[in-house]
Design a binder for this molecule. Structure first.
Ligand SMILES: *Cc1c(COP(=O)(O)O)cnc(C)c1O
Length: 410
């Protein structure tokens, strides 16, 4: 997006404000889809938790994507956006049997990641097809080393427990129609990912009625210059070959699934904030902005790097700034970062603000959550209003139970 458009949006809708460029989401979707064009059936389910605005759900669904959801509320958001239940997969962790049953009753594909719920669900609903989330215990280490089986994660059913799964399936007569993994590990190292895929294929052979294999996500996007990103084209070529071979061996054309979140929306997002104060100290120059960890927590939570540009003065002389928020916590966005000269009142933009930014925002310090704007066909569309004071109080119950302290007049 061009600076002048970002500035105009900040002027029109105020700051702070999230802006999403729809054309970037479309091009990322097409890129991933193209990488697997030699697989007959591919299903990309967008991970709603990355950015859950209804307009974004409608946009990705219009491209052909389904949704990957982790709570019943995300499922409901998907349905509210007009996505068909059959195009939604529910991949929660640690949720109740009741929630899973409720979602299954909506016609959504469920994915179970522990033996206890698998057995209970299979016993009660042997006719509802279920996908199983496997933990392949594969980790990418330094220098392409592959470590297997020594790290435990709360996600998925261990591949060492496949005999248990098979016993449950046999005893309940349930139907397993999909196998899934989402290790969260980088596909930066294509070989490591392919190695994990082999474990998934091995697992798949145990189940005779599969419709799909879901490889989760793990696509990396660049956050700063010089960052390596997943080579989607190379990855597509290698996994396509392996997947098609497997389908032949399995004797059925399966659907290949992915659940990209970050890959689709991260780079489409810009978070615009205004500089309230430039504060020179003995050690650095702080640029204090009208937002904080309440609206963009990734730098503080994960140590994530977000590029920062001064959209009000993009060609100015480069100087060093520590960009900090207005929250009464240490909410540092960047330390001694080179940014073109900042004057109070300037609008700065945080890049890669599409994924896990607004969706992790809170009201801490009783601030309003920002507005969201979709930039589509060269026009700005407001897709979420900035909160108002009413939002802060509407669920609070005003109790009248404290007697007034009467001040004694002496
Ligand atoms: C969060 C999540 C994703 C998306 O991960 P990204 O890194 O954003 O692509 C995919 N699948 C599942 C099950 C998830 O929980």
């Amino acid at each position: 997006m061009e600076n002048k458009n970002l500035l105009a949006i900040a002027r029109e809708f105020g700051s702070p404000v999230y802006v999403y460029d729809s054309s970037k989401i479309v091009s990322q979707y097409n890129r991933l889809n193209d990488a697997f064009k030699k697989v007959k059936q591919v299903k990309l389910n967008y991970a709603v938790k990355a950015l859950s605005n209804l307009a974004i759900l409608k946009l990705v669904n219009s491209l052909g994507a389904g949704l990957d959801t982790v709570s019943i509320q995300e499922v409901q958001l998907g349905l509210a956006a007009g996505v068909k239940p059959g195009d939604i997969i529910f991949t929660p962790n640690g949720v109740s049997l009741e929630e899973i049953e409720e979602v299954a009753a909506m016609g959504v594909q469920i994915n179970i990641d522990n033996l206890s719920i698998l057995e209970q669900f299979g016993t009660k609903h042997p006719n509802v097809p279920v996908c199983i989330r496997i933990n392949p215990h594969v980790l990418a280490g330094g220098n392409s080393k592959i470590s297997v089986g020594h790290i435990d994660s709360k996600f998925g059913i261990s591949i060492h427990q496949i005999p248990h799964i098979l016993r449950i399936v046999e005893n309940t007569g349930m139907n397993i129609n999909g196998i899934h993994m989402h290790t969260g590990s980088d596909i930066l190292d294509v070989e490591v990912f392919l190695y994990a895929s082999e474990i998934l294929f091995e697992t798949a052979k145990h189940f005779k009625d599969l419709d799909f294999i879901d490889f989760g996500s793990g696509f990396k996007v660049p956050y700063k210059e010089g960052d390596i990103e997943t080579n989607v084209e190379e990855f597509g070529e290698k996994l396509t070959k392996r997947f098609n071979d497997f389908c032949k061996e399995y004797g059925k054309e399966l659907t290949l699934g992915f659940e990209p979140g970050k890959f689709l929306v991260s780079e489409a997002g810009y978070f615009l904030a205004k500089v309230n104060v430039v504060k020179q100290t003995t050690s650095t120059v702080f640029a204090g902005v009208d937002t904080g960890l309440n609206h963009l927590i990734r730098p503080m939570f994960y140590g994530s790097h977000h590029e920062i540009i001064n959209v009000s003065n993009p060609e100015g002389r480069q100087r060093f700034y520590s960009v900090v928020g207005y929250i009464c916590e240490t909410d540092t966005f960047a330390t001694n970062r080179r940014i073109s000269e900042i004057t109070e009142g300037d609008i700065i933009a945080f890049k890669n603000a599409g994924a896990y930014c607004f969706s992790m925002a809170s009201n801490y310090n009783s601030r309003f959550r920002p507005a969201e704007v979709l930039w589509h066909n060269n026009e700005a569309h407001l897709i979420r209003q900035r909160e108002t004071f009413e939002d802060l109080t509407k669920n609070q119950v005003d109790v009248d139970i404290f007697s007034k302290v009467v001040e004694k007049v002496s």
